[in-house]
Write a protein that binds this ligand. Structure first.
Ligand code: IMP
Length: 218
């Protein structure tokens, strides 16, 4: 199995890494989300990451779990069962403690079944109008299933706050209203590379790559 090398750059003062691919990896990323696929490829520039689109897999995979772990596992397992190859899937939630940890595992459908990023953000901003505490964090769980069918989980989290208004055009989902503690810009005001140096998904992916380094080399 190919190897990635992770380095930390303490000079940034924040957790920061970049993955340097030593050998090419062959992995399926079990997601239909083009933004996420771009982010993952930006972090693994030399790996062979196949998306579901590349594999012509168009079925929606129902996320019926009540935890991030369960949903990540459902997605990865479905694709492993279909293709029998090493695959990883992620599931992410935005957690707002002052709103009883909403939207959490239901982040994609916060504003209802036909929700989109705009309606989800509008609902969150409305619900926070009377709240003094706007702290929030994103959490990602990655489920990796290796070629032998064994599941492994990796977690990443970034703390920050929900802004009063949207800022920036980059990214997706709640990015325009989430400002990480690191810096003064929303995620939507950062490039994909900048965002993922500190993001929930970047951190979960760093843990995943470290695992591949230590266990999958042969
Ligand atoms: P998913 O289940 O991992 O696709 O994530 C659930 C929802 O969380 C998505 O539909 C987005 O609304 C939101 N989300 C996930 N990752 C991010 C991110 O990196 N930035 C902003 N919103 C995100």
């Amino acid at each position: 199995m190919p190897i990635s090398k992770i380095k930390e750059e303490p000079s940034f003062g924040v957790f920061h890494f970049f993955a340097e691919i030593i050998f090419a990896m062959d992995l399926i990323f079990a997601s239909h989300n083009d933004h996420k696929c771009r982010e993952i490829r930006a972090l693994l520039p030399d790996a062979h990451v196949s998306s579901l689109k590349d594999l012509n897999f168009t079925d929606e995979i129902p996320e019926t779990g009540t935890t991030l772990e369960a949903n990540a596992a459902i997605k990865a397992q479905r694709i492993y069962d279909e293709f029998g190859k090493a695959v990883f899937a992620d599931d992410t939630g935005l957690i707002v403690p002052s709103l009883n940890n909403e939207p959490g595992v239901y982040s994609a459908r916060y504003a209802g079944e036909n929700a989109n990023a705009e309606s989800n953000m509008a609902k969150l901003l409305a619900n926070l109008e009377q709240q003094a505490d706007r702290s929030a964090y994103f959490e990602t769980v990655i489920c990796f299933i290796n070629a032998k069918g064994e599941q492994h989980f990796f977690r990443g989290r970034v703390d920050g706050e929900i802004l009063m208004h949207k800022h920036g055009e980059e990214g997706f989902g709640y990015d325009p209203i989430f400002k990480p503690k690191e810096g003064n810009r929303s995620f939507a005001q950062m490039s994909s590379i900048e965002k993922n140096r500190i993001s929930h998904r970047g951190r979960a992916l760093a843990a995943f790559i470290q695992f591949l380094q230590s266990t999958e080399k042969n």
